[in-house]
Write a protein that binds this ligand. Sequence first.
Ligand code: URA
Length: 204
Amino acid sequence: EVPDGPNDGAVGDLSDLRRALDGCRRCPLWQDATQPVPGEGPQEAALMIVGEQPGDLEDLEGRPFVGPAGQLFDVIAGRVGLDRREAYVTNAVKHFKFTPRGKRRIHQAPNRGEVQHCRWWLDIERSRVKPKLILAMGATAVESLTGDRRGLMDRRGSIEVAQDGTPVLITLHPSYLLRLPQAERPAAEALYEADLRKATEMLA
Ligand code: URA
């Protein structure tokens, strides 16, 4: 059982979310992060987009997907007519997890416990937004929403269901595309673009 932080549970409207997250002590990641990064976008959005966790820039700005991964998302979303300002964009984990290396902060994947503890917040967001469709980008989001992170490549492009029955469209994470060798990137980008197109078609 996870003890509630001082402000947990007091989230009414999503406009309270940042304040409530500031008090989160459900796992230790708050200690080294600059701030929590709540989701962003219209509370009545039909599409909820879920990533892994804030990166370096997101941690500094307090907003999701403002760094390189977010920029790549915007480019590919633009090709299929998906406008992120119409979606509710968030992450499975709300604090940046990293190890310092010199002046740099190197991203560390959140572990299963951190993902589970932070699902408290993702569940709150999902229950307030009530999206018609969730786009889960990458293994961490898929794990949080479906309980199983395995076999992402075989599952991408397909629809599963979240714990509350909301359809979840599984896709790759844009950071994964950024890390691929140049020669492998076009093919993977095409898959990602096809998944984003499927999301827009499902909501049309
Ligand atoms: N990667 C994510 O998963 N989320 C962000 O907000 C930024 C990068």
